[in-house]
Design a protein around this ligand. Structure first.
Ligand code: MRU
Length: 347
């Protein structure tokens, strides 16, 4: 199985490199990103996407701001870095990892006494975040693999795979780890309208790894569950409050259907996706452009006179979640994210 990185710092070229995800599966292209503005555009366009990958991108974005800053006066330098951090933070409001990665580098910069020190510290911290993310995904994978039967068919939504992380993946990390442990896992990948991350990205990376994957349209999922084809649903998360799991639009629909059919509904996510400060009602759901819904393959499918809504995420209430698989263990019902987090902090 391939465990290559989705985004990384190229120290020879002193720039951030990433796989351009809007081009997949047709074209595999690596982008060399040299400015914060270019990175902000890449995040808005979903060239880089998926919660943990956004955390890593945000961290490298702050490092990029530090390394490209023309200032040698430390006050002006830090003001510029903070401004760049706020620009990056504003690009996507729902995935909490983006702000988490940015904040971790900003906090590390408090130890810097000069611009050059800050440049080195920012990059070191971002590299550490990228490495930790891969380690987290492997731990999530191992914890989740233990929950799966030796032969099973898993339904997933959107892309919570290597492409959504530094590597390996969260939901797909569970599947990869289960396959690596010798389990026979088949995957049903929902296409995930409107931007088709399931069809384009999940199917691409699983097929590349030789994992049995079948793509269906989102509206087929309920019937597959009713037919007894699905043993479990595993999805990732963009933010987990004490009362809800935010993930790609359509996730809630799968949770309701899984509950109705008595199918386990698992969420796989690192602790950096947990939001201890907010409740479901406080979270801003990103609303994206009309054209993502109206246009497919260059053709317009919705008349100009019709209104369109395009929320990028939905919230699944915690009572519909069978368990949350993290790098430090599995939270089962009654799921108490607050005590899990405070328990981790005290260790
Ligand atoms: O809009 P996207 O493509 O960034 O949305 C991604 C998702 O919703 C993923 O399921 C989520 O980030 C899980 S990440 C492992």
């Amino acid at each position: 199985m391939i465990d290559s990185a989705t985004l990384w710092w190229d120290s020879g070229k002193d720039c951030l490199c990433y796989i351009e995800q809007t081009l997949l599966p047709g074209e595999y292209r690596i982008i060399e990103c040299r400015t914060v503005d270019r990175l902000a555009t890449a995040i808005r366009r979903l060239e880089v996407r998926g919660a943990p990958a956004l955390g890593v991108a945000g961290a490298y974005g702050v490092a990029l701001a530090a390394r490209t800053s023309p200032h040698e006066d430390f006050g002006a330098f830090m003001a510029g870095v903070r401004q760049a951090a706020e620009l990056l933070r504003s690009t996507r409001p729902t995935a909490i990892n983006l702000g988490w990665g940015i904040n971790r580098v900003l906090v590390a910069l408090a130890a810097a006494g000069s611009c050059d020190q800050a440049r080195a510290i920012a990059l070191r911290q971002a590299d550490a975040i990228a490495r930790e993310d891969t380690a987290c995904c492997h731990a999530i994978g191992d914890n989740g693999a233990a929950l799966l039967p030796d032969r099973c068919t898993i339904l997933t939504h959107c892309n919570a795979g290597a492409l959504a992380c530094s590597s390996w993946g969260t939901a797909l990390g569970v599947i990869r780890s289960a396959v690596a442990a010798g389990k026979e896992v088949k995957v049903i990948s929902c296409e995930t309208r409107p931007l088709l991350q399931g069809a384009r990205l999940t199917a691409w990376e699983l097929a590349r790894d030789g994992i049995d994957v079948t793509t269906i349209t989102d509206s087929m999922a309920a019937q597959f569950m009713r037919a007894g084809t699905i043993d479990a649903v595993i999805v990732g998360a963009d933010r987990i409050t004490h009362d809800a799991v935010f993930n790609k639009i359509g996730t809630y629909m799968h949770a309701v259907c899984a509950h109705h059919h008595g199918i386990p509904f698992y969420v796989a996510a690192p602790l950096s996706t947990f939001d201890p400060e907010n409740a479901e009602r406080d979270v801003v759901i990103e609303e994206r452009g009309r054209e993502e819904v109206t246009i497919m393959g260059g053709r317009t499918y919705v008349p100009d006179g019709a209104k369109v809504r395009n929320p990028a995420f939905d919230a699944t209430p915690m009572n519909l979640v069978t368990a949350i698989i993290t790098e430090t263990g599995v939270l089962r019902q009654p799921i108490d994210t607050r005590s899990h987090l405070s328990h981790q902090k005290s260790h």
